[in-house]
Design a protein around this ligand. Structure first.
Ligand SMILES: Cc1cc2nc3c(=O)[nH]c(=O)nc-3n(C[C@H](O)[C@H](O)[C@H](O)COP(=O)(O)O)c2cc1C
Length: 273
């Protein structure tokens, strides 16, 4: 591996002495260099950017080719403002020139059922909700990889699920459509350059043949150290990962309204059998 590739791999794991990968190319170079961007310049996006990103999104695999996802591209400042208010007031939603809301969309196939006067018996199941959610996520991640290849940056916004009915009203969503997450898109600002955030050691996530948690404690301790050092380098409070996991999951209050999702989804027309 070339020195720059090796330094990217080391950054990905926060481990300077990591074993080099045997393969490397431009795609891997870009993937391993991903970082969420939370500060944008006011440069507008070049004409046609949305269509390019959606072509990449639509190139993702989709369950049974059902394509049960849609996306709303929001550029209007007032609407971004209202969506930011619905999603924990995250300032970068206002700042980014483009905000995508990725949707699990069962309404299109429902309309096809109605038009052909056929009850879609297999639709009102949790499986369909998962299908739409997975499809939307795969499409969105393709768009993210594409936009990073164009020199743009982005961050997903899961907080769009804090109030999915509020978002549905704002975007005029029909029944059986819900916002899976948002995505800010724009040119990264040099004022607050985003850094590559280290991930768990591979041995914590990769199992061969059968699952095994043997050795997990040591891998997690190593990661706590690497992530803590990363935060320290970035001038942030040096907490380890395990600590973050516990503080994120210890109380329902960290769900910020998302504890209501099942009830909201039912009211929005999803059958969850
Ligand atoms: C589905 C999803 C939802 C997310 N929601 C938010 C969010 O609401 N606000 C935010 O600042 N970052 C959000 N993120 C970004 C993550 O915090 C980020 O991906 C993670 O910390 C790893 O950092 P990296 O993307 O820079 O590698 C979200 C990421 C995903 C995948």
């Amino acid at each position: 591996m070339a020195a720059t590739a090796q330094s990217k791999l080391a950054a990905r794991y926060g481990a300077p002495d990591i074993t080099p990968l045997k393969q490397w190319n431009d795609t891997l170079d870009q993937l391993l260099d991903h970082r969420s961007v939370r500060a944008f310049t006011d440069l507008p996006l070049p004409e046609g950017t949305i269509e390019t990103l959606i072509a990449a999104a639509q190139s993702a695999s989709t369950s049974s080719n059902l394509q049960v996802w849609s996306v709303v591209a929001v550029q209007d400042a007032d609407r971004k403002d209202r969506l930011s208010a619905l999603a924990g007031n995250q300032a970068y939603i206002r700042q980014a020139p483009l905000f995508f809301v990725w949707l699990a969309d069962l309404s299109r196939v429902s309309r096809i059922g109605e038009q052909s006067d056929t009850e879609l018996e297999a639709l009102p199941y949790l499986e369909s909700l998962l299908l739409g959610t997975i499809d939307a996520a795969l499409a969105a991640q393709n768009a993210l990889v594409a936009l990073e290849s164009l020199g743009l940056g982005s961050v997903y916004i899961g907080a769009i699920r804090n109030d999915i009915e509020g978002v549905a009203k704002e975007l005029g969503l029909p029944p059986q459509v819900y916002p899976v997450f948002g995505m800010c898109v724009g040119y990264p600002s040099d004022d607050r350059p985003a850094k590559v955030k280290p991930r768990l050691p591979q041995r914590a996530v990769l199992h061969h043949e059968i699952y095994s948690a043997t050795g997990e404690a040591a891998a997690l301790a190593e990661y706590d150290e690497h992530l803590g050092a990363f935060y320290q380098r970035e001038g942030m409070k040096a907490s380890g990962w395990s600590e973050q996991v516990v503080s994120r999951l210890r109380s329902v209050s960290s769900l910020h309204g998302r504890e209501q999702l099942v009830e909201e989804l039912k009211r929005m027309g999803f059958g969850l059998r």
